[in-house]
Design a protein around this ligand. Structure first.
Ligand code: ATP
Length: 372
């Protein structure tokens, strides 16, 4: 059965491949066979380190870059031979890319004027778009008379004025200071749900990706490493690359041994052990296991339904960073363990000195087994 247009993906990318020849004569596989669909009204973030292929993927969707192989469909239409200006897509760039000699109103209405939309309708739609980004009434200003945040709002208004099916955003907030950036993150997210259109957002900032996205696509070396909701990506990374790239983590590598009923022990190379709920049968014996710093506590919960296990060591570093006390514990074998403690735990640690013995507790259900 053909999916209805309300549920059919806005974008469908199949086996997208893009190679570049560098001036040094090497071939770079910027996209190495990407499969990705974006659903209506979905906020999808492409996240990954510099050079992983984020911008290239965005540029192949907008049409500024042609694929070597594979296909892109937008709203069910094959796009491979459609030029950028004929695609139902707009892009918002990091550097705003406003025309400096045009007023705010003319910048926002530019695309409508090119398409000969009558002046009255144009003015109405420009006003609506500016209203949505909180900039109505500034039609007469020139971009040079605006702050960076205001310029980015105008660039957004320009990108939504012709109601595209899809908005592509290439690191649109990275030129803004931290406070404004956080404000704009919230505004962008609510603008997206108000507009009801799909956003594909590029960032290398994992915190931004976690707060804003419905789905995160983690890229590395032109491949998708993992895609999932922010909590799936954060709590259940499928490989060590994702575990290391997103958030802070403690990684343990060792051999799994049966221990006691439902529990197993991971024997680490240096002799330390980690107790965990036995993984589902069929798991390999040699495993990578991850524990996030915030999964530790100092006071073992007394009424918790879960079993707790502990790691002991010497307090090597501590830093109070506002809500959390961040510490590094050094186990007897010299292994550093990063922990972030709050509330009562944080206050207890405030009274401890570097060099003191400290015990950190964790629920045995907390260690996340990453594929070996
Ligand atoms: P960043 O976060 O630094 O912007 P990115 O993830 O957006 O990185 P891309 O710009 O997509 O990465 O680049 C992917 C790879 O393709 C990189 O190795 C880059 O050097 C290479 N590349 C991109 N454009 C070209 C080009 N025009 N010519 C040659 N190589 C290119």
């Amino acid at each position: 059965m053909k999916p209805s247009s309300a549920t059919a993906p806005v974008v469908e990318i199949r086996r997208a491949t893009k190679r570049f020849r560098t001036p040094e004569g090497q071939t770079v596989h910027a996209l190495a066979g990407i499969d990705l669909s974006v659903n209506p009204n979905e906020f999808v973030t492409l996240l990954g380190p510099s050079g992983c292929g984020k911008t290239t993927l965005l540029r192949t969707i907008s049409g500024f870059e042609a694929l070597d192989d594979g296909s892109i469909h937008i709203q069910g239409r094959a796009m491979n031979h459609i030029p950028p200006h004929s695609r139902p897509v707009n892009t918002v760039f990091q550097n705003y890319a406003l025309f400096p000699h045009l007023s705010v109103g003319d910048n926002v209405g530019y695309g409508l004027a090119v398409r000969k939309v009558p002046r009255r309708e144009r003015e109405m739609r420009v006003g609506e778009a500016l209203e949505m980004v909180g900039m109505n009434g500034m039609q007469q200003r020139s971009p040079g008379q605006l702050s960076g945040g205001q310029q980015q709002r105008v660039a957004l208004a320009r990108a939504i004025v012709n109601r595209p099916a899809l908005l592509l955003l290439d690191e649109p907030l990275s030129a803004l200071d931290r406070h404004l950036r956080q404000t704009m993150q919230r505004e962008l997210k609510s603008l997206q749900s108000e507009l009801g259109i799909a956003f594909v957002f590029v960032t290398h900032d994992q915190e931004e990706a976690l707060t804003m996205s419905d789905r995160i696509v983690v890229l590395n070396g032109g491949h998708i490493q993992q895609e999932g909701s922010p909590s799936e990506i954060y709590n259940r990374p499928v490989n060590t690359f994702v575990a290391e790239f997103i958030g802070e983590s403690n990684r343990f590598q060792g051999m799994l041994e049966p221990f006691d009923g439902q529990f197993s022990r991971l024997r680490l190379e240096d002799g330390d052990t980690l107790t965990l709920m036995s993984p589902a049968s069929g798991a390999a014996d040699a495993l990578h296991v991850m524990l996030r710093p915030e999964q530790f506590c100092v006071h073992k919960p007394t009424e918790a339904a879960e079993e707790y296990a502990s790691l002991c060591g010497r307090l090597a570093q501590k830093a109070f960073v506002g809500r959390d006390m961040e510490i590094t514990l050094e186990t007897a074998s010299g292994r550093p363990i990063k922990a972030a403690l709050r509330g009562h735990d944080s206050r207890t640690l405030a009274e401890r000195n570097v060099g003191d013995e400290v015990t950190l507790w964790y629920a045995t259900s907390a260690p996340h087994v990453i594929a070996a």
